[in-house]
Structures are given as structure tokens and as C-alpha cells.
Write a protein that binds this ligand. Structure first.
Ligand SMILES: Nc1ncnc2c1ncn2[C@@H]1O[C@H](COP(=O)(O)OP(=O)(O)O)[C@@H](O)[C@H]1O
Ligand SMILES: [Mg+2]
Length: 355
């Protein structure tokens, strides 16, 4: 009998629009042979204000590819609705949450799905939260012996509350990391709130800005490196794809470069020495295991060509999944087509469920 797949998309993050495009591509894959016989698609759309919409509305959003315009409502009136899920959720055999960024990729939705006692695609609560929090993620990578850039963690109260502390903090960053360095809110994604700084005054402004996004901040030494990414698939014995490279002409891979058509190029496979490719693939699997990820992850690296060093940058537990996204394209180049990839992810979700 066909399984009913609850495709959950949209969500309360800056990556709402990307989520719609990812969901469109996955919906198409679920209605492509041989998946057509195996699965029934039941989509659910989470509006930008957090309200869940039933499959009829979700289907319309999938068809149009555009977010639903949320009318201004009073917050009090919205509140009960946030806790009312469409009745059709009872029909779901397995969830496919294709939500990127905070409130979707960070363990919050995973916790909710866990409580429904229904299997779901991708990482569980802990790995999702670790993959979103740059400080927790780096701690796990360090523990696993994975090389990464030098960094310092900063708390909002050091930036905002005490005029004696702040200059000392900046002195320490200058002494230990130098310029250029990158200032990042610990939990965000899509390069939002990230600044590359080259001077003391830029550092001060960047810390102030990052503190407005998050209580916890990370400051990293900047490296001059090529940016390469590797896809991972599986549960306890995950496999790594071929490696891909991102190139762009902007100062760094910022929000605009990520989401403006034509600003970045992908090279798959990346033109790298075989030993470097093998090293990246091995590190990608180690990173996946270090946070106890499941099903899916994309692991991003810096390759410092001059020294031959490979440094891990981050893991994404629900990477972009549009027809032109790195994750499915890496698998396609590794011999797993888009529909087959979706099928495998569902099977890994089912395999991992232990309710
Ligand atoms: N330490 C660093 N050295 C050089 N470039 C960096 C560094 N950290 C971040 N970047 C640049 O900023 C981009 C976004 O940073 P990243 O930590 O990946 O944030 P996000 O989670 O938002 O993608 C990277 O893809 C890279 O271009
Ligand atoms: Mg990144």
C-alpha cells in the first residue's frame, strides 16, 4: 500500500521562499515513477506567521511557487490558531520537513514531529540544534578532531553592558584572530548578520549588529580559501558524494550572492587533487557522525590551496533542495537521480524511527 508523505514546507525563517522551491522539486519527484506507486503526497504549508495551512492551500502554494500573503492580524487572535493543525495530519505515515533555517532546521519542528510519533526525514532534535548553533557545532567538530579556523565566542552582555569590558574584548579579538575576521550570530544561516571586518571600527559595529540578532556570537579568523561542499546520505553508515565548488566574485558568500541568480557558480565535481577530494569526503562523514545527524546533510569546507589544508566550515542538516541546489546536484553527479534520492531519504527516515 502506498505511504502518505507529509511534505512540510514554508516556515518562519528567512529561507521561506527557498523552502517553497525545495518543496516544489520534492513534490515533483514524489509524483515521478517509480515513486508514484509508492507514495501519496500530502503537503502542508507553514505561513510566515507560523500558521499551518491544509493540503488544499499548500497545493496552491506549490503550484504558484509564491508565498501566501499573510494579512495583518492581531497577535492575540493568531495565537490559538498556531496550535491547531489541519485534521489531515492524522493520515501521515512519514513526514518530510523541508524547512530551512531557524524554526525548521534547528530541532524545533523535529521535536514536534517526534511527539507525533511519526517517522520523519532527516536529523533528530539534537543534531538539528547542533547543526544550527555554530558554537555547539564547532565544539563537536573540535572534539572529533576536525580542523577548523581559529575562533572566539562572545556573549551579548560583553558587547552591550559594560564600557570597560568591550575595548578589552576587541583587543583580545585583534590579538588572537587579527584581520580580516568574520563576526557571526551563533544561530541564523543564509549569511544573515555576518560581517567580514578589517578594522577596529568595523569590528565594533559588527559585534553590535551580531548582538542584535543573537545572545551568542562567534568571531572567526578569516581565511583565503576555495569553498567546497560535500553531500552525505545515510544513517549509521553514511556515504559521501562527489565534491562541489562554489565560486563568486563578491567579497564573500553573502546573502545577496547566495540568492541572486547568476552571482555564484557551481562546479561539480570540483577540480581538486584526488587526495584532497578523498580527505573532504572522509571529513564530511566524520562531521555527520560527530553531531549524530541522520538521513541528509551538506558539509561545507574551506580548502586553502597554498598550504593544502582542508578546514571544516559548517554542516547543514536540511540543505537547499531545489532542482538547482548543491545537495541533489552532488548526488546526481554521484549516480543517484533526484527522484531516487527522495525515495532513499524516505527509506532512511523510516529505518531510523523507533517509536
Ligand atoms: N572564517 C572564514 N574565513 C573566510 N570566509 C568565511 C569565514 N567564515 C565565513 N566566511 C564566508 O562567509 C560565508 C557564510 O558563512 P557561514 O559560516 O557559512 O554562514 P551561514 O551558516 O550563514 O552559511 C561563507 O560561505 C564564506 O564565504
Ligand atoms: Mg554557509
Amino acid at each position: 500500500m502506498a505511504q502518505t508523505i507529509g511534505l512540510l514546507f514554508g516556515g518562519c525563517s528567512g529561507e521561506h521562499e527557498v523552502s517553497i522551491l525545495s518543496a516544489r522539486a520534492i513534490a515533483r519527484a514524489l509524483t515521478t515513477p517509480p515513486n508514484t506507486e509508492k507514495y501519496n503526497l500530502l503537503p502542508f504549508y507553514i505561513q510566515k506567521n507560523g500558521i499551518w495551512q491544509s493540503s488544499a492551500v499548500a497545493q496552491q502554494v506549490l503550484e504558484s511557487g509564491q508565498p501566501l500573503v499573510v494579512e495583518e492580524q492581531n497577535q492575540e487572535g493568531d495565537r490559538p490558531q498556531r496550535w491547531q493543525f489541519p485534521a489531515e495530519v492524522a493520515e501521515i505515515d512519514l513526514w518530510f520537513p523541508i524547512l530551512h533555517g531557524p524554526n525548521g532546521e534547528d530541532g524545533t519542528v523535529q521535536g514536534l514531529l517526534q511527539l507525533t510519533q511519526t517517522p520523519y526525514v532527516g536529523a533528530g532534535v539534537l543534531a538539528s540544534a547542533m547543526g544550527m548553533d555554530k558554537i555547539a557545532m564547532k565544539t563537536a567538530f573540535a572534539q572529533a578532531g576536525l580542523p577548523q579556523v581559529k575562533y572566539l565566542t562572545v556573549h551579548r552582555h560583553e558587547v552591550w553592558s559594560n564600557p570597560c569590558v568591550f575595548p578589552k574584548l576587541c583587543d583580545r579579538i585583534e590579538a588572537e584572530l587579527g584581520y580580516p575576521c568574520f563576526v557571526k550570530p551563533a544561530n541564523l544561516g543564509s549569511s544573515v548578520g555576518i560581517t567580514k571586518v578589517r578594522t577596529r571600527s568595523q569590528l565594533e559595529a559588527a559585534l553590535d549588529s551580531a548582538a542584535s540578532y543573537d545572545r551568542r556570537i562567534i568571531v572567526e579568523a578569516g581565511v583565503t580559501a576555495r569553498e567546497v561542499e560535500c553531500a552525505v546520505l545515510g544513517n549509521d553508515q553514511p556515504i559521501a558524494s562527489v565534491v562541489g565548488e562554489i565560486t563568486y566574485t563578491s567579497d564573500f558568500y553573502d546573502y545577496e550572492t547566495k540568492y541572486t541568480e547568476g552571482k555564484a557558480d557551481l562546479a561539480i565535481p570540483a577540480p581538486l587533487p584526488d587526495t584532497i577530494t578523498a580527505q573532504i569526503q572522509e571529513m564530511a562523514v566524520q562531521a555527520f557522525l560527530a553531531i549524530d545527524a541522520a538521513g541528509i546533510a551538506r558539509v561545507d569546507f574551506f580548502y586553502v590551496e597554498q598550504t593544502g589544508e582542508v578546514l571544516i566550515n559548517e554542516i547543514n542538516t536540511m540543505p537547499g533542495f531545489t532542482a538547482t541546489s548543491m545537495y541533489p546536484m552532488l548526488w546526481d553527479a554521484s549516480g543517484i537521480s533526484f527522484p531516487e534520492l527522495v525515495d532513499r531519504l524516505i527509506q532512511f527516515g523510516r529505518e531510523r524511527a523507533n517509536f
